[in-house]
Design a protein around this ligand. Structure first.
Ligand code: C2E
Ligand code: MG
Ligand code: MG
Ligand code: MG
Length: 290
């Protein structure tokens, strides 16, 4: 029990805790009904080649729009869905919906790009993950070469041998794989060669460092890019927000760029404006806003 002197503070603390617990419960409830009630949607954030600014792909980003809680951030609801396992069925919905969206763009006569889907640790722990994804993609009459998956460095390094096998199995099945948020997991760069992925996404923390830590910031990014290239990977910089970051990344021969400067996560119809017609080629990077 709280001592007399601390009672006031303790009460406040308790009510904060209750509020947080309440919100978690509300979000869990929202997650439970979200699939049936159609509260989920996908946004698509463009990626562009550094070389010529052409569209290089899209990342599917999940959104939850609840009638009373409003628009929820994945940063908040994915960690809750991770903890209680709801991320597993939700993640399968994301795969199906990405396929359906690719088909909708095609039906509109557009040349689509590869769509990247994020996979979190709980999903990666499913023994039948790849088989289930293959079933979904096949049922949506989509080829694996249209889809790629992003797994965070932290998830990849959690169990290097198992994850390396898994990545290998995905790639053998025709799905490209990228390592996401690279540099935040404090793993040895040497582990990278165990994965043999085609794409490495540098976390936006390091992209930030290009402006705030100037020389050292550039040295770190440069080292990551060179190492990735020497391992045969292409590099995507995440979270590019300023022209100076873009210029430095281009000078360091970063292959692809992604970030608010070039394009925010877009609704499917807005993303369609970036897609070319067959024979026309994809559109080039221009500032895009929501
Ligand atoms: P992520 O995969 O690293 O995605 C990048 C996040 O950074 C996205 O946030 C994106 O909107 C945001 N972002 C992009 N450009 C910029 C920029 O220039 N500046 C800043 N400050 N942020 C930028 P979002 O959509 O809130 O997603 C957050 C995280 O939630 C994702 O990080 C990913 O780990 C997870 N997530 C999102 N969708 C899914 C999904 O369908 N399944 C799973 N398992 N996780 C998902
Ligand atoms: Mg990602
Ligand atoms: Mg990322
Ligand atoms: Mg992230």
């Amino acid at each position: 029990a709280a001592k007399r002197a601390g009672r006031g503070t303790s009460r406040f603390f308790e009510s904060d805790m209750n509020e947080a617990a309440n919100r978690t419960l509300l979000i869990q409830q929202a997650l439970h009904e979200a699939l049936d009630k159609g509260y989920f949607s996908l946004r698509f954030q463009p990626k562009f080649y550094g070389r010529d600014g052409a569209l290089s792909g899209a990342e599917a980003l999940l959104r939850l729009n609840h009638p009373t809680l409003g628009q929820l951030s994945p940063v908040e609801f994915i960690s809750i869905a991770e903890r209680n396992g709801q991320i597993v069925p939700i993640g399968y919905w994301v795969v199906g919906e990405a396929c359906r969206q690719i088909r909708r763009w095609e039906a509109a006569g557009l040349t689509t790009t590869k769509v990247a889907i994020n996979l979190s640790p709980r999903q990666l722990a499913q023994p039948d993950l790849l088989a289930t994804i293959q079933d979904i993609v096949r049922a949506e009459r989509m080829g694996p070469e249209r889809i790629m998956f992003e797994i965070t460095e932290t998830a990849a390094m959690h169990d290097v041998r198992r994850m390396a096998e898994m990545v290998h199995a995905f790639q053998k099945s025709g799905f490209e794989v990228a390592i996401d948020d690279f540099g935040t997991g404090y793993s040895s760069l040497a582990y990278l060669q165990r994965f043999r992925v085609r794409q490495l996404k540098i976390d936006r923390f390091f992209v930030d460092g290009l402006d705030t830590h100037d020389n050292e910031g550039a040295a770190i990014v440069s080292a990551i890019i060179d190492l990735a290239h020497s391992l045969g990977m292409n590099v995507v910089a995440e979270g590019v927000e300023t022209v100076s970051q873009r210029e430095k990344l281009e000078a360091l021969r970063c292959d692809q760029l992604q970030g608010y400067l070039l394009g925010v996560p877009l609704e499917p119809d807005a993303f369609a404006a970036l897609l070319g017609k067959p024979g026309e080629g994809a559109r080039h990077a221009a500032p895009v806003s929501a």
